[in-house]
Design a protein around this ligand. Structure first.
Ligand code: PLP
Length: 419
Protein backbone atom coordinates (compact mmCIF):
# COMPACT_ATOMS: atom_id res chain seq x y z
CA UNK A 1 0.00 0.00 0.00
CA UNK A 2 1.51 3.35 -1.03
CA UNK A 3 0.70 6.09 1.46
CA UNK A 4 -1.12 9.18 0.26
CA UNK A 5 1.25 12.02 -0.41
CA UNK A 6 1.50 14.70 2.25
CA UNK A 7 0.51 17.94 0.50
CA UNK A 8 3.26 19.83 2.31
CA UNK A 9 5.98 17.35 1.65
CA UNK A 10 6.65 16.05 -1.85
CA UNK A 11 7.07 18.22 -4.91
CA UNK A 12 7.99 17.39 -8.46
CA UNK A 13 11.44 17.86 -10.00
CA UNK A 14 10.91 17.25 -13.72
CA UNK A 15 9.02 13.99 -13.90
CA UNK A 16 10.14 12.59 -10.58
CA UNK A 17 8.26 13.13 -7.37
CA UNK A 18 10.77 13.55 -4.58
CA UNK A 19 10.41 14.31 -0.91
CA UNK A 20 11.30 17.88 -0.08
CA UNK A 21 10.22 20.39 2.50
CA UNK A 22 8.63 23.75 1.86
CA UNK A 23 11.46 26.30 1.68
CA UNK A 24 10.45 28.11 4.88
CA UNK A 25 10.66 25.07 7.17
CA UNK A 26 13.37 25.49 9.80
CA UNK A 27 15.07 22.38 11.07
CA UNK A 28 13.93 21.38 14.55
CA UNK A 29 17.57 21.19 15.58
CA UNK A 30 17.80 24.91 14.77
CA UNK A 31 14.66 25.79 16.73
CA UNK A 32 12.00 24.99 14.10
CA UNK A 33 8.90 22.86 14.56
CA UNK A 34 9.64 19.11 14.48
CA UNK A 35 7.93 17.04 11.79
CA UNK A 36 6.34 14.91 14.54
CA UNK A 37 5.30 15.64 18.08
CA UNK A 38 6.36 12.25 19.40
CA UNK A 39 9.39 10.10 18.66
CA UNK A 40 8.90 7.39 16.04
CA UNK A 41 11.13 4.43 17.00
CA UNK A 42 13.28 2.72 14.34
CA UNK A 43 11.70 -0.64 15.19
CA UNK A 44 8.86 -1.88 17.34
CA UNK A 45 6.86 -5.04 18.02
CA UNK A 46 3.17 -5.51 17.40
CA UNK A 47 1.18 -7.65 19.83
CA UNK A 48 -2.44 -8.59 19.17
CA UNK A 49 -5.17 -9.51 21.65
CA UNK A 50 -4.91 -13.09 20.37
CA UNK A 51 -1.18 -13.04 21.29
CA UNK A 52 -2.04 -11.88 24.80
CA UNK A 53 -4.68 -14.62 25.15
CA UNK A 54 -2.21 -17.28 23.94
CA UNK A 55 0.33 -16.24 26.57
CA UNK A 56 -2.28 -16.06 29.33
CA UNK A 57 -3.43 -19.58 28.46
CA UNK A 58 0.10 -20.89 29.05
CA UNK A 59 0.39 -18.96 32.31
CA UNK A 60 -2.65 -20.92 33.52
CA UNK A 61 -1.27 -24.26 32.33
CA UNK A 62 1.04 -26.84 33.95
CA UNK A 63 4.09 -25.94 31.88
CA UNK A 64 5.67 -22.51 31.90
CA UNK A 65 8.86 -23.80 30.34
CA UNK A 66 9.79 -26.71 28.05
CA UNK A 67 6.21 -27.87 27.73
CA UNK A 68 4.11 -28.58 24.64
CA UNK A 69 4.40 -25.08 23.11
CA UNK A 70 8.13 -25.46 22.48
CA UNK A 71 7.76 -28.37 20.08
CA UNK A 72 4.67 -26.84 18.44
CA UNK A 73 6.49 -23.56 17.80
CA UNK A 74 9.60 -25.31 16.51
CA UNK A 75 7.61 -27.44 14.08
CA UNK A 76 5.65 -24.49 12.76
CA UNK A 77 8.83 -22.41 12.43
CA UNK A 78 10.69 -25.16 10.53
CA UNK A 79 7.75 -25.46 8.13
CA UNK A 80 7.67 -21.67 7.65
CA UNK A 81 11.30 -21.53 6.50
CA UNK A 82 11.39 -24.88 4.69
CA UNK A 83 13.85 -26.63 7.02
CA UNK A 84 13.61 -30.14 8.49
CA UNK A 85 14.39 -29.06 12.07
CA UNK A 86 14.10 -25.92 14.17
CA UNK A 87 15.55 -25.72 17.69
CA UNK A 88 14.54 -22.79 19.87
CA UNK A 89 16.89 -20.80 22.10
CA UNK A 90 16.37 -18.07 24.67
CA UNK A 91 17.98 -15.45 22.36
CA UNK A 92 19.55 -15.05 18.94
CA UNK A 93 22.87 -14.89 20.76
CA UNK A 94 22.19 -18.27 22.41
CA UNK A 95 21.23 -19.65 18.99
CA UNK A 96 24.55 -18.49 17.54
CA UNK A 97 26.44 -20.01 20.48
CA UNK A 98 24.58 -23.29 20.01
CA UNK A 99 25.38 -23.32 16.29
CA UNK A 100 29.07 -22.55 16.93
CA UNK A 101 29.22 -25.41 19.45
CA UNK A 102 27.43 -27.78 17.07
CA UNK A 103 29.77 -26.85 14.21
CA UNK A 104 32.56 -28.12 16.47
CA UNK A 105 34.29 -24.76 16.79
CA UNK A 106 36.92 -24.88 19.50
CA UNK A 107 40.23 -23.38 20.59
CA UNK A 108 42.56 -22.84 17.64
CA UNK A 109 39.69 -22.84 15.11
CA UNK A 110 38.78 -19.87 12.97
CA UNK A 111 35.44 -18.63 11.65
CA UNK A 112 35.42 -16.18 8.76
CA UNK A 113 32.76 -13.55 9.38
CA UNK A 114 31.68 -10.01 8.58
CA UNK A 115 32.59 -6.88 10.50
CA UNK A 116 29.27 -5.27 9.43
CA UNK A 117 27.08 -6.87 12.10
CA UNK A 118 25.98 -6.80 15.70
CA UNK A 119 28.83 -7.98 17.92
CA UNK A 120 26.94 -11.18 18.93
CA UNK A 121 27.79 -12.74 15.54
CA UNK A 122 31.52 -12.70 16.18
CA UNK A 123 31.23 -13.16 19.94
CA UNK A 124 29.81 -16.69 19.56
CA UNK A 125 33.15 -17.76 18.09
CA UNK A 126 34.95 -16.35 21.13
CA UNK A 127 32.56 -18.17 23.51
CA UNK A 128 33.86 -21.41 21.98
CA UNK A 129 37.50 -20.38 22.31
CA UNK A 130 37.84 -19.86 18.55
CA UNK A 131 38.97 -16.80 16.63
CA UNK A 132 36.69 -14.65 14.44
CA UNK A 133 38.55 -13.71 11.27
CA UNK A 134 36.89 -10.78 9.55
CA UNK A 135 36.60 -10.40 5.79
CA UNK A 136 35.42 -7.20 4.13
CA UNK A 137 31.94 -6.75 2.65
CA UNK A 138 30.60 -5.99 -0.83
CA UNK A 139 29.84 -2.29 -1.24
CA UNK A 140 26.29 -2.77 -2.59
CA UNK A 141 24.75 -5.12 0.00
CA UNK A 142 27.29 -4.75 2.84
CA UNK A 143 27.25 -8.56 3.05
CA UNK A 144 30.38 -10.74 3.22
CA UNK A 145 32.28 -10.54 -0.09
CA UNK A 146 33.05 -14.14 -1.18
CA UNK A 147 36.32 -13.01 -2.84
CA UNK A 148 37.52 -11.52 0.45
CA UNK A 149 36.37 -14.69 2.27
CA UNK A 150 38.55 -16.86 -0.01
CA UNK A 151 41.60 -14.78 0.98
CA UNK A 152 40.94 -15.51 4.67
CA UNK A 153 40.60 -19.31 4.47
CA UNK A 154 43.44 -21.02 6.36
CA UNK A 155 44.09 -24.58 7.57
CA UNK A 156 42.46 -23.50 10.85
CA UNK A 157 39.20 -22.31 9.26
CA UNK A 158 36.24 -24.40 10.36
CA UNK A 159 33.26 -22.17 9.68
CA UNK A 160 32.00 -19.37 7.49
CA UNK A 161 29.58 -17.12 9.36
CA UNK A 162 27.76 -14.71 7.03
CA UNK A 163 25.05 -12.26 8.11
CA UNK A 164 22.04 -11.33 5.98
CA UNK A 165 22.52 -7.62 6.57
CA UNK A 166 19.26 -5.65 6.85
CA UNK A 167 17.36 -8.72 5.56
CA UNK A 168 19.25 -9.12 2.26
CA UNK A 169 20.46 -12.74 2.06
CA UNK A 170 24.23 -13.10 1.88
CA UNK A 171 25.75 -14.61 -1.27
CA UNK A 172 24.96 -18.13 -0.07
CA UNK A 173 25.60 -19.77 -3.45
CA UNK A 174 29.22 -18.60 -3.53
CA UNK A 175 29.78 -19.12 0.20
CA UNK A 176 28.40 -22.68 0.21
CA UNK A 177 30.67 -23.39 -2.79
CA UNK A 178 33.75 -22.19 -0.86
CA UNK A 179 32.63 -24.21 2.17
CA UNK A 180 32.24 -27.38 0.11
CA UNK A 181 35.65 -26.95 -1.45
CA UNK A 182 37.33 -26.64 1.97
CA UNK A 183 35.07 -28.91 4.06
CA UNK A 184 33.66 -26.06 6.16
CA UNK A 185 30.34 -25.52 7.91
CA UNK A 186 28.29 -22.45 7.06
CA UNK A 187 26.31 -20.85 9.89
CA UNK A 188 24.09 -18.16 8.41
CA UNK A 189 23.16 -15.46 10.91
CA UNK A 190 19.71 -14.64 9.56
CA UNK A 191 18.68 -12.51 12.55
CA UNK A 192 17.56 -9.89 10.00
CA UNK A 193 16.15 -12.16 7.33
CA UNK A 194 13.23 -14.27 8.54
CA UNK A 195 11.00 -14.59 5.48
CA UNK A 196 13.71 -13.56 3.02
CA UNK A 197 14.51 -15.56 -0.12
CA UNK A 198 17.60 -16.29 -2.18
CA UNK A 199 17.38 -17.72 -5.71
CA UNK A 200 13.85 -18.92 -5.01
CA UNK A 201 14.77 -20.66 -1.74
CA UNK A 202 13.74 -19.56 1.72
CA UNK A 203 16.30 -18.25 4.21
CA UNK A 204 16.56 -20.97 6.83
CA UNK A 205 16.91 -23.75 4.28
CA UNK A 206 20.15 -22.65 2.58
CA UNK A 207 23.07 -23.05 4.99
CA UNK A 208 24.15 -25.99 7.19
CA UNK A 209 22.66 -24.08 10.12
CA UNK A 210 20.73 -20.82 10.10
CA UNK A 211 20.19 -18.72 13.21
CA UNK A 212 17.37 -16.26 13.89
CA UNK A 213 16.65 -13.66 16.57
CA UNK A 214 13.11 -13.16 17.85
CA UNK A 215 13.80 -9.86 19.60
CA UNK A 216 10.89 -7.33 19.55
CA UNK A 217 12.28 -5.33 16.59
CA UNK A 218 12.30 -8.44 14.38
CA UNK A 219 9.67 -9.82 11.97
CA UNK A 220 8.02 -11.73 14.78
CA UNK A 221 8.86 -11.83 18.43
CA UNK A 222 8.90 -14.01 21.50
CA UNK A 223 10.10 -11.14 23.74
CA UNK A 224 13.63 -12.49 23.79
CA UNK A 225 14.26 -15.58 21.72
CA UNK A 226 16.16 -17.30 18.96
CA UNK A 227 16.02 -20.30 16.65
CA UNK A 228 18.44 -22.49 14.71
CA UNK A 229 17.18 -24.30 11.63
CA UNK A 230 18.98 -27.18 9.93
CA UNK A 231 18.30 -30.20 7.75
CA UNK A 232 20.72 -32.40 9.72
CA UNK A 233 19.20 -34.59 12.44
CA UNK A 234 22.57 -34.93 14.24
CA UNK A 235 22.95 -31.13 14.39
CA UNK A 236 19.38 -30.77 15.70
CA UNK A 237 20.06 -33.29 18.46
CA UNK A 238 23.29 -31.56 19.55
CA UNK A 239 21.55 -28.18 19.50
CA UNK A 240 18.73 -29.51 21.72
CA UNK A 241 21.21 -30.95 24.18
CA UNK A 242 23.42 -27.88 24.22
CA UNK A 243 20.54 -25.57 25.11
CA UNK A 244 19.58 -27.86 28.01
CA UNK A 245 22.85 -28.22 30.00
CA UNK A 246 24.05 -30.99 27.69
CA UNK A 247 21.38 -33.33 29.07
CA UNK A 248 20.10 -35.98 26.68
CA UNK A 249 16.42 -35.90 27.73
CA UNK A 250 13.91 -33.26 28.78
CA UNK A 251 12.05 -33.09 32.11
CA UNK A 252 8.67 -33.55 30.42
CA UNK A 253 9.85 -36.68 28.59
CA UNK A 254 11.13 -38.11 31.89
CA UNK A 255 7.89 -37.29 33.65
CA UNK A 256 5.71 -38.97 31.03
CA UNK A 257 8.02 -42.01 31.00
CA UNK A 258 7.86 -42.21 34.82
CA UNK A 259 11.67 -41.91 35.03
CA UNK A 260 13.95 -39.73 37.10
CA UNK A 261 17.37 -40.61 35.61
CA UNK A 262 19.11 -38.32 33.14
CA UNK A 263 22.53 -38.17 31.51
CA UNK A 264 24.62 -35.10 30.93
CA UNK A 265 26.54 -35.99 27.80
CA UNK A 266 28.14 -32.69 26.82
CA UNK A 267 28.86 -29.32 28.40
CA UNK A 268 25.83 -27.22 27.57
CA UNK A 269 24.08 -24.14 28.85
CA UNK A 270 20.57 -23.20 29.91
CA UNK A 271 19.37 -21.49 26.73
CA UNK A 272 15.81 -22.85 26.86
CA UNK A 273 13.01 -20.72 25.43
CA UNK A 274 10.06 -20.96 27.86
CA UNK A 275 6.57 -22.08 26.83
CA UNK A 276 5.30 -18.58 27.66
CA UNK A 277 7.52 -17.16 24.92
CA UNK A 278 6.87 -20.00 22.47
CA UNK A 279 3.12 -19.38 22.80
CA UNK A 280 3.69 -15.76 21.78
CA UNK A 281 5.82 -16.82 18.80
CA UNK A 282 3.30 -19.46 17.76
CA UNK A 283 0.50 -16.91 17.87
CA UNK A 284 2.54 -14.37 15.87
CA UNK A 285 3.83 -16.79 13.21
CA UNK A 286 0.71 -16.78 10.99
CA UNK A 287 1.15 -13.00 10.60
CA UNK A 288 4.71 -13.34 9.25
CA UNK A 289 3.55 -13.08 5.62
CA UNK A 290 1.51 -9.94 6.31
CA UNK A 291 4.37 -8.41 8.33
CA UNK A 292 6.78 -9.01 5.45
CA UNK A 293 4.34 -7.61 2.91
CA UNK A 294 3.99 -4.43 4.97
CA UNK A 295 7.77 -4.07 5.35
CA UNK A 296 8.20 -4.54 1.59
CA UNK A 297 5.53 -1.94 0.86
CA UNK A 298 7.25 0.54 3.18
CA UNK A 299 10.61 -0.16 1.50
CA UNK A 300 9.05 0.39 -1.93
CA UNK A 301 7.53 3.69 -0.81
CA UNK A 302 10.86 4.86 0.64
CA UNK A 303 12.66 3.81 -2.55
CA UNK A 304 10.34 5.73 -4.85
CA UNK A 305 9.83 8.84 -2.72
CA UNK A 306 13.39 9.26 -1.41
CA UNK A 307 15.09 8.63 -4.76
CA UNK A 308 16.86 11.71 -6.02
CA UNK A 309 17.29 13.45 -2.66
CA UNK A 310 20.69 15.12 -2.38
CA UNK A 311 23.42 12.96 -0.91
CA UNK A 312 21.20 9.95 -0.22
CA UNK A 313 22.25 6.44 -1.30
CA UNK A 314 19.40 3.93 -1.00
CA UNK A 315 19.89 0.22 -0.22
CA UNK A 316 20.29 -2.03 -3.24
CA UNK A 317 18.81 -5.43 -3.99
CA UNK A 318 20.58 -8.11 -6.01
CA UNK A 319 18.80 -10.14 -8.68
CA UNK A 320 17.22 -13.29 -7.22
CA UNK A 321 16.96 -11.90 -3.68
CA UNK A 322 13.70 -11.10 -1.93
CA UNK A 323 14.51 -8.95 1.09
CA UNK A 324 12.95 -9.33 4.51
CA UNK A 325 13.66 -5.64 5.35
CA UNK A 326 14.54 -5.85 9.03
CA UNK A 327 16.30 -2.49 8.61
CA UNK A 328 16.21 0.27 6.01
CA UNK A 329 19.81 1.51 6.05
CA UNK A 330 20.57 4.52 3.85
CA UNK A 331 24.02 5.99 3.27
CA UNK A 332 25.00 9.63 3.01
CA UNK A 333 27.31 10.83 0.27
CA UNK A 334 29.67 13.38 1.85
CA UNK A 335 30.39 14.93 -1.57
CA UNK A 336 26.79 16.09 -1.89
CA UNK A 337 25.84 17.31 1.57
CA UNK A 338 27.65 19.65 3.92
CA UNK A 339 26.92 17.75 7.16
CA UNK A 340 28.38 14.50 8.40
CA UNK A 341 26.36 11.44 9.43
CA UNK A 342 26.29 12.40 13.09
CA UNK A 343 24.88 15.85 12.38
CA UNK A 344 22.22 14.45 10.04
CA UNK A 345 21.42 11.83 12.69
CA UNK A 346 20.93 14.53 15.34
CA UNK A 347 18.84 16.64 12.97
CA UNK A 348 16.52 13.69 12.22
CA UNK A 349 16.21 12.83 15.90
CA UNK A 350 15.27 16.46 16.57
CA UNK A 351 12.45 16.00 14.04
CA UNK A 352 11.35 13.06 16.25
CA UNK A 353 12.39 10.45 13.72
CA UNK A 354 14.05 7.65 15.71
CA UNK A 355 16.92 6.89 13.36
CA UNK A 356 19.66 4.50 14.41
CA UNK A 357 23.04 3.28 13.14
CA UNK A 358 23.70 -0.36 12.13
CA UNK A 359 26.54 -1.08 12.70
CA UNK A 360 29.76 0.03 14.28
CA UNK A 361 32.02 -2.52 12.51
CA UNK A 362 32.78 -5.17 15.11
CA UNK A 363 36.58 -4.87 14.88
CA UNK A 364 36.31 -1.20 15.93
CA UNK A 365 34.80 -2.02 19.32
CA UNK A 366 37.30 -1.48 22.17
CA UNK A 367 37.19 -5.15 23.20
CA UNK A 368 38.21 -6.32 19.72
CA UNK A 369 40.80 -3.57 19.36
CA UNK A 370 42.39 -4.41 22.72
CA UNK A 371 42.31 -8.16 22.18
CA UNK A 372 43.25 -8.38 18.50
CA UNK A 373 45.06 -5.10 17.85
CA UNK A 374 42.69 -3.67 15.24
CA UNK A 375 43.24 0.03 14.69
CA UNK A 376 40.81 0.84 11.89
CA UNK A 377 41.59 0.79 8.18
CA UNK A 378 41.59 -3.03 7.98
CA UNK A 379 38.18 -3.33 6.26
CA UNK A 380 37.84 -0.23 4.10
CA UNK A 381 34.48 -1.05 2.49
CA UNK A 382 32.74 -1.69 5.82
CA UNK A 383 34.38 1.31 7.45
CA UNK A 384 33.52 3.71 4.61
CA UNK A 385 29.90 2.51 4.68
CA UNK A 386 29.71 2.90 8.45
CA UNK A 387 30.79 6.55 8.21
CA UNK A 388 27.62 7.36 6.26
CA UNK A 389 25.08 4.83 7.55
CA UNK A 390 21.72 5.75 9.06
CA UNK A 391 18.84 3.32 9.59
CA UNK A 392 15.44 4.85 8.94
CA UNK A 393 12.44 3.53 10.91
CA UNK A 394 11.24 0.18 9.51
CA UNK A 395 8.68 -2.00 11.24
CA UNK A 396 5.47 -3.65 10.12
CA UNK A 397 3.25 -1.69 12.53
CA UNK A 398 4.26 1.68 11.01
CA UNK A 399 1.23 3.66 9.86
CA UNK A 400 1.05 5.42 6.52
CA UNK A 401 1.41 8.71 8.40
CA UNK A 402 4.59 7.41 10.11
CA UNK A 403 6.04 6.64 6.67
CA UNK A 404 5.05 10.12 5.43
CA UNK A 405 6.72 11.70 8.45
CA UNK A 406 9.99 9.90 7.74
CA UNK A 407 9.92 10.94 4.08
CA UNK A 408 9.07 14.52 5.03
CA UNK A 409 11.83 14.74 7.65
CA UNK A 410 14.55 13.17 5.48
CA UNK A 411 13.68 15.57 2.66
CA UNK A 412 13.63 18.55 5.02
CA UNK A 413 17.00 17.72 6.56
CA UNK A 414 18.86 16.75 3.37
CA UNK A 415 17.63 19.78 1.41
CA UNK A 416 18.92 21.95 4.23
CA UNK A 417 22.40 20.44 4.05
CA UNK A 418 22.58 20.15 0.25
CA UNK A 419 25.90 21.52 -1.03
C1 PLP B 1 22.91 -9.79 13.16
C2 PLP B 1 22.52 -10.12 14.56
N1 PLP B 1 23.03 -11.23 15.13
C3 PLP B 1 22.73 -11.57 16.38
C4 PLP B 1 21.86 -10.82 17.14
C5 PLP B 1 21.55 -11.22 18.55
O1 PLP B 1 20.23 -11.54 18.75
P1 PLP B 1 19.53 -11.44 20.19
O2 PLP B 1 19.40 -9.99 20.52
O3 PLP B 1 18.22 -12.10 20.01
O4 PLP B 1 20.42 -12.14 21.15
C6 PLP B 1 21.29 -9.67 16.60
C7 PLP B 1 20.37 -8.85 17.40
O5 PLP B 1 19.75 -7.94 16.96
C8 PLP B 1 21.64 -9.31 15.27
O6 PLP B 1 21.13 -8.19 14.71
Amino acid sequence: MVPAANPNSPRRHGDTEVATAPDHEDLAILGGKPVRETMLPYGRQSVSEADVAAVVEVLRSDWLTTGPKVGEFEEAFAAAVGAKFAVSFSSGTGALHGAAFTAGLGPGDEAVTTPMTFCATANCVLYQGGTPVFADVSSDTLNLDPDRVKEKISPRTKTILPVDYAGHAADLGALMGIAEQHGLIVIEDASHALGGEYQGRRVGSLAHMTTFSLHPVKHLTTGEGGMVTTDRADFAETLRRFRNHGISSEARQRQSAGQWHYDMVLLGMNYRLPDINCALGLSQLPRLGANLARRRAIAATYASRLAGLPGLILPSTRVGVSLAWHLYPVRLDPAKISAGRDEVFRALRAENIGVNVHYIPVHLHPYYQDRFGYRGGEFPVAEAAYAGLISLPMFHAMSDQDVEDVIHAVGKVLEHYER
